[in-house]
Every structure is written in C-alpha cells, then in structure tokens.
Write a protein that binds this ligand. Structure first.
Ligand SMILES: Cc1cc2nc3c(=O)[nH]c(=O)nc-3n(C[C@H](O)[C@H](O)[C@H](O)COP(=O)(O)OP(=O)(O)OC[C@H]3O[C@@H](n4cnc5c(N)ncnc54)[C@H](O)[C@@H]3O)c2cc1C
Length: 436
C-alpha cells in the first residue's frame, strides 16, 4: 500500500519538532500533526526555558549537558536560515541553594564525573554577586496564610551554594521550535496545524496510522506520541497505557512576573536562582522583569488535571502571593503589583518525574513523554534519542531486551536509553519534583 509518510509525529512542541528534525536527517519522511495553530503553542510556549545541568541522576545530567552545546551553538545546530530569526541563549549562570534537608553539592559529583564546570560559593560570594539578597534562612517554605509565615528568620541559609557558569535561559521558546521546524522542513519534513488526532489505527501487526477530527485518515508505519500533557490521552487511544509500568498525568503550574527592584537590575546583572530554602526559582525576564516559579514545596497543594483541554489558564491571586511573597523574603526591596501577571500551563508528569523515551507494546508506536516540567532544555537530545530508538527498532532491534546504546553527540558519554524505559522501576534517586 502507498504511504506518503514513514512517520507521523503527534505534537509540534520542542519534542515533536526535534524528533522530526532528527528522523529527517536519517532520511525518514515525517509529518507532524498538531491540534494548535503553529509550532510550540502547547506547553513549550509557556516554558520558563531555563537551561541547566543539575539533575538528580547521571543520565539526566549527561543529556542536559549534551543539549547545552546545541543551545550554545544554536545556529550551527539549526543549520538553516529562519525568516523569523534565531532564538537566543542568555548564559547568565545559575546559583543553587541548599536547605536543611537538601545539600546542593549532591549534584556536583555528576558534574565532576562529566567535566561540567561548577563552583562552591560561600555566603559572602553570593552577596557580592547578588547584593540585593538577604542571606537569612526561612526554611521550610510556607504559604502566606500560615500564621508562621512572618516568623523571624531561623539564622542564615546553609553556607554553601553552588554556581553553574554554563546555565541560563532561552529568550523565546516558541521561536526556538519554529527554528527546528524550519530545519526539519529543509530536510523534507512536513508540518500540519489545526490537525487534531482523534484515533490511532492499528491491527494485529502494529500501528497503521491516525484519524483526524473530520475523519481524514493518514497512514504511516511509525507513529510517535509527543503530545506533551495530552500524552496519556494519546496512549489510551493507542491502547498502550495499561501495559506501561510508568504512567503520566498533567499537573497545572503557575509562574508570575514582577518588576526588578530599584536596587538591582535583573536585565543587566540578573542570573537564574534556584532557592531551595524558599522552595522557588527565579530568573531575569524581558523588560527588566523577574520571572518567579515554584519548586513545588510541600505546603503547596498539587493541582492534578484530569482533562488537559479544560483547566484554568488564569493565574490565581493565592498562588501569585505565595510565590512572590516568598521571593520578597530573599529580596526585601521587591515590589509586588496588586494585580497578578503570569501564566498557567501544564507539566506532563511521570510517576518518578523522569521522562519516558521509548517504544511501546504496539509495534511502530513510540513515546516521548513525561517531561515533568524539566525537559524543554533537552529538546535537541530528545530528537536524537527517539530517532536512534526508532531507527534501531524499525530495523529489527529488540530494544526491550537490549536497550539501544546511544553515543551522545557533544560529550563523551554513551547513554543506555533503557534508563528512560516505560517499564523501568521507579528511579529512587529522582528528586520527584520539577528538578528531575
Ligand atoms: C510553566 C512551565 C515552566 C517550565 N519551565 C521549564 C524550564 O525552565 N526548563 C525546562 O527545561 N523545561 C521547563 N518546562 C517543561 C517544558 O516546557 C516541557 O518539558 C516541554 O515544553 C514539553 O514539550 P513537548 O513538545 O513534549 O510538549 P508540548 O509543547 O506540550 O507539545 C505537545 C503538542 O502536542 C499537541 N497535541 C496534543 N494532543 C494532540 C492531538 N490529539 N492531536 C494533535 N496534536 C496534539 C499539542 O497541541 C502540543 O502543541 C516548563 C513547563 C511549564 C508548563
């Protein structure tokens, strides 16, 4: 039977676009289908786009470091012109705090093993670089409605913080996905938007293709689930979810914007800060703003979403106050506007907050899901991993019993891709949080 495509990729976020690019490089004719109007309009469009290497596992650290080189040399990675220009990587550096229950130096051993630069700073060094901070400890994080919220500080933050000079953020994540789309198209890839998949068609031999709203059927021997927070919906359509040991679900998250304090310009001197003492993170944002996010401290109730098509996209006063009032403890000069601004979107969270990059029990159906609020930065390597797994399996390799070993392209590391298996045991070393 004639088939116009070797592979259909459901989703055109950072994952789906990068998979298309890497499969196209291998000579596959790919088609990305996305329900939205353009590339990167799903959760990728609302990512904080922080590029960092500290992860709780060696494999997580390695793939983040490998991707860092693609961001650093973005024009080279993309390899073609984009009429909209290229996304930019602001390498501001990142400082990571410890707290009573967590030692930020834990990540350093993986950095040493992989040769990634990082330094230990004492409190004096921190205040030299970020003079608008107070170095008091407020741990554990609390909500503003807690009567103990305004209790005096309990001494100083743990004296050691870790500085990662390679880290930073991408200025325009939607543009970065558009860049990858153009790179993939230059290799023959096709993208269709406003094209919602409503059915995965299959028979006893494997996947056959997909059906779109309106009934159009498109066939291909390979279908990839890169549907972000809709990953579980697509897995159920394909009938593969029940057999997977690790599953995914959608978690709503808010980030907020506040102005830089008068005493310190984040535009000129800001960097990314992971403040485990206050359970949050922040980074500079265009317009001399600060973007304020949360590391899900225990006091904040997790907002699991059953239907990823129906959730509140407005930020709430309560969460705005929780995240910005906590930051105001670190930055007493912080000005907090009365009216909240920010975004609310979904993480696609796996049971252990580590992604699933794998085949499935349905022949020809692959998954790049469970990105757990922390895999935008790994887009380039996600494309590479999936392309290698798909290519090996489509050529008869038994990936379940002998996971594909993937030499990373920018660092000297052979990734055992079985680490990201759908059938792994829960990875106990995970942070079980957005930190991965
Ligand atoms: C608030 C927030 C902050 C974050 N901050 C960071 C960060 O600082 N650093 C970091 O590395 N990561 C971060 N992340 C995580 C990161 O954004 C995600 O890991 C990444 O963007 C996921 O990309 P994706 O392509 O897998 O999914 P998405 O970008 O969600 O793409 C999936 C696409 O699939 C499409 N789709 C779904 N169902 C269908 C269907 N039935 N038919 C057709 N199309 C369909 C959707 O329309 C969507 O465009 C953050 C996430 C959020 C929400």
């Amino acid at each position: 039977m004639f088939q116009a495509y070797d592979s259909i990729i459901i989703g055109a976020g950072i994952s789906g676009a990068a998979i298309a690019y890497e499969l196209s490089k291998k000579g596959y004719k790919t088609l990305n289908l996305d329900a939205l109007a353009a590339a990167g309009q799903g959760s990728t469009g609302n990512t904080c786009a922080i590029i960092r290497t500290h992860y709780s596992t060696l494999e997580g650290t390695a793939i983040a470091y490998d991707s860092y080189f693609s961001w650093k040399e973005w024009g080279k990675y993309i390899g073609v012109d984009d009429e909209k220009g290229l996304a930019k990587f602001y390498q501001t550096g990142l400082v990571n705090f410890s707290n009573e229950d967590f030692d930020a130096t834990k990540y350093m051993e993986f950095h040493e093993e992989l040769g990634i630069p990082c330094e230990v700073w004492d409190r004096e060094k921190l205040l030299e670089r970020m003079p608008h901070f107070v170095d008091d400890s407020f741990y554990p994080p609390k909500r503003p409605e807690d009567s103990a919220f305004n209790d005096p500080a309990k001494g100083k933050i743990k004296s050691i913080v870790v500085y990662y000079p390679n880290d930073g953020y991408i200025n325009d994540p939607v543009l970065s996905v558009h860049n990858i789309q153009r790179a993939a198209e230059s290799r023959g890839a096709e993208f269709r938007f406003k094209a919602e998949v409503t059915e995965i068609r299959k028979n006893e031999s494997g996947v056959l293709g997909v059906t779109l709203t309106g009934g159009e059927k498109i066939d291909a021997p390979v279908v990839v689930n890169a549907a972000g927070p809709h990953s579980f919906v697509i897995n159920r359509m394909a009938g593969v979810e029940k057999q997977m040991k690790i599953k995914t679900r959608a978690l709503r998250h808010e980030v907020h914007f506040v102005p830089s304090p008068d005493t310190f310009s984040y535009e000129k001197k800001g960097m990314v800060v992971g403040d485990a003492d206050l359970g949050g993170y922040h980074r500079p944002e265009t317009g001399n703003l600060i973007l304020v996010g949360s590391e899900d401290p225990a006091c904040d109730k997790r907002d699991w979403i059953d239907n990823p098509d129906k959730f509140d996209r407005e930020v709430t006063n309560a969460q705005y106050q929780a995240q910005t009032y906590r930051l105001a403890k670190r930055i007493p000069d912080l000005k907090i506007p009365n009216k909240p601004t920010g975004i609310a979107d979904l993480y696609d969270v796996s049971d252990d907050w580590i992604p699933i990059y794998d085949k499935s029990d349905l022949k020809g159906f692959y998954i790049a899901i469970g990105t757990s609020g922390n895999q935008y930065k790994n887009g380039p390597v996600i494309g590479h991993i999936l392309a290698e797994i798909i290519h090996a399996c489509e050529n008869g390799h038994d990936h379940d019993n002998s996971p594909v070993q993937i030499p990373l392209r920018n660092i000297d590391f052979i990734l055992n891709s079985g680490f990201f298996s759908r059938n792994r045991e829960i990875i106990k070393g995970s942070s079980f949080s957005v930190l991965g």
